[in-house]
Design a protein. Structure first.
Lengths: 503, 477
């Protein structure tokens, strides 16, 4: 039941923010904040009751809730949480609160409706991370698109109509193929066993011929790699990220992309282990292409926000590499990257948003020398640029390092090319720092430093990214059983024990 | 005929009787409000009769009609459409000059024609129903005699409906010539007994498909749709899009279930081609439109294409899918045209995109309703359209109809584009200071809000509705 409340509270909070916020902007903001804080409290209560080292014989879910929904079709409202969902739910709530705070002064128009959309996206994402019924999963998967579309379309920047349409149509198209696959799986399982159900646990053991398994997996894969995104399915991303309001970019980069990775981990790998293994070489190739291509394109941008958007393409390449590398170490690196990238890129988008709000431009050609005028803002920018390039001490370093050592043993060549991503990341990250924060001070640009609210928000982000850099076990320990379970089914290699501590 | 027969027929009798009473009352005292109240009372009475006569079902009443839960299910949908259209028409017609009262008479007659179709199991009742419906619709489409476009719509509908009736009659004649029967059940048994020559029989069925294709506005018989949708008064368009198509579809489903479509390979191919063409052409042409009524017209062409998938698919899931999708389509289309109706003024209907620009900031309720309807048409979760589309895809995948299902998926994406285009306009930022416009009339707002509630209810908690549909659809066998 608690799991259901996790989803219902933002939904209700959103409605309340809309209705009460029609005439009172501050009320809408506070309602959203309170709703998300309540969710955090719920999650904390759950967390205190968990032990992340399940005994043998104990179910793999830490908490589960199951209720018939459309019994005629074998659809149930089945929610469950394991370590992976827990980490991602925590990330969702953290970035959700950050998004509310970073919109505090940026959004001045139609504030109530904005917060309703924000909270409904978060509810959809929470649903995606918790759903264990394939129909329910698809339901939430689609549900989070609509408010995101509104967020980009109503509060976005100049080119928002094009960007929002492109975002919606790309992801919806991917989703429909997933729907076909879900239904194919449903009917095959029903035909084999006589039990027509969308329940994840029951569908896990469906026996499929290799070619059927491949096509069904392909449907899931399309949906997830559009979302992740994997080159060449990425064109929606730069537009959507660039045109979205800051909160929208934070949620897109920090959370929506992660739902793609989560889908790969939760559904593609366990449901179709052999088909996934068969497609792994292709995916590894695309991952490396994504890492390098994203980094090179990032370097070519003059629009700061677009630059950050392309770095996401590059960083998500590491996630894909880790998932398909076939080792537990790489897999835990991927999970780490999901969290670290969510925090660091989210923070970078906030920095860009703050710069844009103050200077009314995203063009790097019109920036420079901000350090003198806004030392705190620039300092924060530097911290997250360094996090993004994978400096030891930040979570991103742990993540990318784990992915690389994990995949090196099996795919040395691929790993070598992927490692060049580190170098390229250093180039574009330092490029941002040089062009924006250092360099010649321009007389025509004045920029105010961080306010108290902004300082507090950025401090929280910095603490988190450094904390997981020094204590990665905070993230890795809860997901360990999940990864071992995935590893034992999908990979031959013995899981490598992960040691805590970065430095 | 005995008492049970009359009981089974009572909803139909109630509809007829209230039409006659309304006509008589009109002869003495002409009043818009009273006519509307009489119409609504007639519909309610018919609904009460339905709940009262469930116990005698299923029942063959004369050789012409089979009154079974299947017929009643569609009758309920039709009554719902009647309610919604009447409620919307009231405030719509108030804005117009001239005689308003006959509109409801024609509406009731058209509804009666639809009602007959849902229970028809004989070519005679089939044809009577079709004609009663068509003749009322000519007059309804051309109801505003002083508007050129309305008259044009009426004439277009008249000519095409006459052609389609001719096709249907010719088809019936061919089938009768081969099988010697006009009743569905007997035709089916003669065909199964292989006493018929294939070519004339198949030509007959194909001609009936052509004739009904005009009514359903599926490609390539769709050419009249956009013009009639655009020209006819908005409530009439809503009626044509829902009740008329729904009743014809119910008949088609019953007919094809009786004669076992899948035994005839050629018919399956024909319907597959029609379905695929309707989806693609409906959606692609909708992309090119700038008029909201025309967009909805083309979108309805593609939705009928989706529905045909359920005729191709076999098994009980397919029939449940058909009934559920049709229910969702009724609610959605009535809601969408309801919004168009409410926004329409005395001079012209609100069919230009500019009529909707920034609507959400001016009339939030109306815009929210419209958005919900458009999302349902696009098949987005929380709406009935999502569950409906899901059911159709499930039926298609269950019968391994990969071609049509993949076409359906591709078309859903194409469709999304033009639905979103309307939504973009609805949510467009407006420069001038917000000015809340006058509220809706009570009847329209009740109708629109209840349609939206139904839409979300079916989208979030469809279990009970599916159970009901499952029970009623079993009776078709």
């Amino acid at each position: 039941m608690t799991l259901l409340w996790l989803i219902i509270i933002p939904l209700l909070g959103g409605l309340a923010a809309w209705i009460l916020g029609r005439d009172n902007n501050t009320a809408a903001r506070w309602i959203s904040l309170v709703a998300l804080t309540l969710d955090c409290v719920l999650l904390a209560i759950l967390w205190l009751g968990f032990s992340f080292q399940p005994e043998i014989g104990q179910g793999r879910w830490l908490i589960e809730w199951n209720q018939a929904w459309i019994p005629q079709l074998g659809i149930s409202f089945h929610l469950a949480m394991d370590g992976l969902s827990f980490i991602l739910v925590a990330l969702t709530l953290f970035l959700g609160i950050i998004s509310v705070i970073c919109s505090w002064t940026e959004i001045r128009e139609r504030v109530g409706f904005f917060h309703m959309n924000l909270l409904w996206i978060l509810a959809g994402i929470l649903g995606v991370f918790l759903a264990l019924d394939l129909f329910l999963f698809y339901f939430f998967w689609e549900l989070m698109l609509v408010p995101m579309y509104f967020l980009i379309y109503i509060w976005g920047h100049e080119n928002r109509v094009y960007a929002s349409l492109k975002f919606f149509i790309f992801t919806q198209a991917g989703g429909l193929f997933m729907l076909l696959s879900i239904l194919a799986l449903y009917f095959i399982h029903g035909g084999n066993t006589g039990i027509y159900t969308f329940d994840y646990n029951l569908l896990l053991g469906t026996s499929l011929t290799p070619s059927t398994a491949f096509w069904i997996m392909a449907g899931f894969l399309i949906a997830f790699i559009v979302k992740l995104p994997v080159v060449p399915f990425h064109p929606w991303l730069p537009d959507a990220h660039t045109e979205a309001p800051t909160a929208g970019s934070v949620i897109l980069a920090g959370l929506l992309l992660k739902t793609g990775a989560y889908g790969l981990l939760r559904f593609v790998m366990p449901l179709f282990p052999s088909a996934a293994a068969a497609i792994a070489p292709t995916m590894l190739g695309l991952a490396v292409i994504g890492i390098i291509y994203g980094a090179i394109l990032a370097f070519g941008q003059s629009d700061l926000k677009r630059l950050v958007a392309y770095t996401s393409v590059s960083h998500m390449g590491f996630v894909l590499l880790g998932i398909f590398a076939g080792s537990a170490t790489a897999l835990s690196g991927s999970v780490m990257q999901m969290v670290a990238h969510g925090v660091s890129t989210g923070a970078l988008f906030i920095v860009v948003g703050m710069i844009q709000k103050r200077t009314h431009t995203r063009e790097m050609g019109q920036m420079g020398g901000f350090w003198d005028m806004a030392p705190r803002l620039s300092g924060v920018g530097l911290v997250f640029a360094l996090a993004s390039l994978g400096l030891p001490g930040f979570g991103n370093f742990i993540a990318e390092f784990l992915v690389l050592i994990g995949s090196f043993r099996m795919h040395a060549v691929v790993t070598v090319f992927a490692a060049s991503g580190f170098v390229l990341a250093a180039i574009y990250s330092l490029w941002i720092v040089q062009r924006v924060f250092q360099g010649e001070k321009r007389d025509d640009v004045h920029i105010a430093d961080l306010t108290g609210r902004e300082t507090g928000m950025m401090a929280a982000l910095i603490i988190v990214i450094i904390w997981i850099g020094f204590f990665p076990r905070m993230v890795l320990k809860p997901v360990e059983p999940v990864i071992q379970a995935a590893g034992s089914s999908a990979f031959q290699e013995n899981p490598v024990q992960i040691e805590g501590g970065g430095e | 005929m005995n008492i049970a027969d009359f009981t089974a027929l009572s909803p139909y009798l109630a509809l007829s009787a209230s039409t006659v009473i309304t006509m008589l009352v009109l002869g003495f005292y002409r009043n818009h409000k009273i006519t509307v109240i009489l119409t609504l009372a007639g519909l309610t009475l018919s609904g009460i009769c339905i709940s009262g006569s469930l116990s005698v079902l299923p029942r063959d009443v004369t050789p012409l009609l089979t009154v079974d839960p299947y017929a009643y299910f569609f009758l309920v949908l039709l009554l719902l459409a009647g309610f919604a259209v009447t409620a919307m028409s009231y405030s719509y017609l108030e804005k117009h000059e001239g005689h308003r009262e006959e509109f409801y008479l024609l509406l009731m007659l058209a509804l009666l024609g639809c009602a007959v179709l849902t229970a028809a199991t004989h070519f005679a009742s089939f044809f009577l129903g079709i004609e009663l419906l068509s003749v009322s619709l000519y007059a309804l489409a051309a109801y505003f005699r002083h508007s050129d476009r309305s008259v044009e719509a009426g004439v277009k509908y008249l000519i095409l409906a006459a052609v389609s009736s001719a096709f249907i009659l010719f088809g019936m004649a061919l089938i009768y010539a081969e099988t010697g029967s006009l009743a569905f059940a007997e035709i089916a048994s003669r065909v199964a007994g292989a006493q018929v020559r294939h070519l004339p029989y198949l030509s007959g069925v194909t001609m009936i498909i052509v004739g009904l294709g005009f009514k359903l506005a599926v490609v390539p018989f769709h050419l009249w749709t956009p013009d009639v949708y655009e020209g006819a008064p908005a409530p009439v368009t809503a009626f044509i899009a829902t009740a008329s198509k729904g009743a014809v579809f119910a008949l088609l489903l019953r007919y094809f279930t009786r004669i076992d479509l899948h035994a005839q390979e050629a018919l399956v191919v024909i319907i597959t081609i029609i379905a695929v063409a309707s989806m693609f052409i409906g959606n692609l042409l909708a992309l090119l439109q700038t008029n909201v009524k025309r967009i909805l017209a083309y979108s309805s062409i593609s939705h009928l294409g989706y529905l045909l998938v359920t005729i191709l698919a076999s098994g009980p899931v397919a029939r449940i899918a058909a009934a559920f999708y049709l229910s969702a389509y009724f609610i959605t289309t009535l809601g969408a045209f309801g919004v168009v109706t409410v926004l329409s003024g005395p001079d012209r209907d609100a069919d230009q995109m500019d009529d909707y620009r920034g609507l959400v900031w001016r009339r939030p309720l109306l815009a929210s309703v419209f958005t919900a309807m458009l999302f349902s048409l696009a098949g987005i979760p929380l709406t009935a359209g999502f569950i409906g589309k899901f059911y159709i895809v499930a039926a298609g995948v269950g019968s391994a109809l990969w071609l049509v299902v993949i076409v359906l998926a591709i078309n859903s994406v194409i469709g999304l584009y033009y639905y979103l285009r309307i939504i973009i306009v609805l949510f467009a930022p407006v420069e001038q200071k917000l000015q809340r416009e006058p509220g809706l009339s009570r009847s329209s707002s009740i109708a629109l809000v209840s349609l939206t509630v139904l839409l979300v209810w079916l989208g979030v908690y469809p279990g009970p509705a599916i159970e009901l549909i499952k029970v009623t659809m079993q009776s078709i066998l």
